[in-house]
Design a protein around this ligand. Structure first.
Ligand SMILES: Cc1cc2nc3c(=O)[nH]c(=O)nc-3n(C[C@H](O)[C@H](O)[C@H](O)COP(=O)(O)OP(=O)(O)OC[C@H]3O[C@@H](n4cnc5c(N)ncnc54)[C@H](O)[C@@H]3O)c2cc1C
Length: 305
């Protein structure tokens, strides 16, 4: 075999996969000095081993705090990335993409020599034997920190979970964004096929939020931003700015946990973002000669007409 033939990539196998020999040869061509796979350092030394379950704010800050201490730290998370949750609303409404609010936990901690990261779901803890239980094997610890976050509270209405998913992860944000965008798409489709009954459009473009705490208020504000700004000029037949966003709160005001003055400011801000003063809305929904599917948005403690 002459040199020219030797450098050609091996032909693919009938099953479409390259042979091991061929792959090895390909890899060597691409990475002539590729290191062989070996452990860079022992996983655990004789120092105390701190296991942190969860690479959220709690877990990451704890790991950082242990950077210059004589311990070995293992951060275990079911995902290999950290999510900046305060910006999940923007992902759920398409204003940001998921990679703008997520960062690999390894990259965040790579300078920290006493820390390693494992991607694994923790399924239990054996406190008697100091073991964190994972699907594959148990992980021993001397000190354990559980920072696995919180769950949404449906206040006795767990049956709402299926129709109104919580917003805790990038997957949740994707799901919610899909629901929101599909509503606008469905309205545009109906309008395109001449089936734009105003009531039906109003139904499609009415977004109901239950709970005027921080999550409900922020979500309402971000949906308004999405409808009034991000999507404003994307559709030909409907005007997304006409979407109605309704926020329900059982307490006498939104943000019951916050000072009254702040809550009043937030309420004002939501109404402003939600479509301007009620007087700006036309009874027939028409704006600048274009037909709106429905009246301008309203966000309030109770539904406005
Ligand atoms: C939409 C939204 C907006 C928010 N906005 C704000 C805000 O503006 N200001 C503010 O201060 N706070 C805000 N918060 C709250 C803030 O994000 C939380 O208080 C904070 O994330 C809690 O940090 P944590 O580390 O306890 O949990 P999390 O950040 O939830 O992290 C928990 C980690 O544990 C991992 N994990 C869970 N179970 C397992 C398991 N069994 N095995 C392995 N890994 C596991 C998860 O993958 C996750 O990475 C917001 C929260 C949300 C959801």
């Amino acid at each position: 075999m002459d040199q020219t033939t030797h450098n050609l990539p091996a032909p693919p196998r009938a099953d479409g996969r390259a042979s091991l020999k061929a792959r090895r040869a390909d890899n060597m061509d691409l990475m002539p000095h590729a290191p062989s796979v070996s452990l860079r350092r022992p996983l655990h030394t004789s120092r105390p081993h701190v296991v942190i379950v969860g690479g959220g704010f709690g877990g990451l800050y704890t790991a950082r705090g242990l950077a210059r201490t004589p311990v070995d730290v293992t951060v275990v998370d079911q995902h290999n990335y950290h999510v900046f949750r305060p910006m999940l609303y923007q992902v759920a409404t398409g204003l940001l993409s998921a990679d703008e609010i997520a960062a690999p936990i390894r990259s965040v901690l790579w300078k920290q020599k006493n820390t390693e990261v494992l991607m694994a779901e923790v399924i239990g803890v054996d406190t008697q034997h100091h073991l964190v239980q994972r699907q594959e094997s148990d992980l021993p610890y001397d000190y354990l920190i559980l920072a696995t976050g919180a769950h949404y509270n449906y206040f006795g209405h767990d049956e709402w979970r299926t129709v109104a998913p919580g917003l805790h992860s990038v997957d949740d944000a994707d799901l919610i964004r899909g629901k929101l965008l599909r509503a606008f798409e469905a309205a545009e489709r109906l309008a395109t096929y001449g089936q734009a009954e105003p009531d039906l459009l109003q139904e499609l473009l009415t977004f109901i939020l239950v709970g005027g705490g921080t999550a409900g208020v922020e979500m309402a504000g971000t949906i308004a931003e999405m409808a009034r700004m991000a999507l404003a000029h994307d559709f030909r037949r409907i005007d997304p700015r006409a979407a109605r966003i309704v926020l329900f709160e059982a307490a006498p005001r939104i943000l019951p946990g916050y000072p009254e003055q702040l809550a009043a400011r937030a309420h004002q801000h939501l109404e402003y973002r939600g479509g301007g003063r009620p007087a700006d809305r036309q009874p027939d929904g028409s704006v600048d000669g274009r037909r709106r599917g429905l009246a301008g948005g309203a966000m309030a403690r109770r539904r406005h007409g």
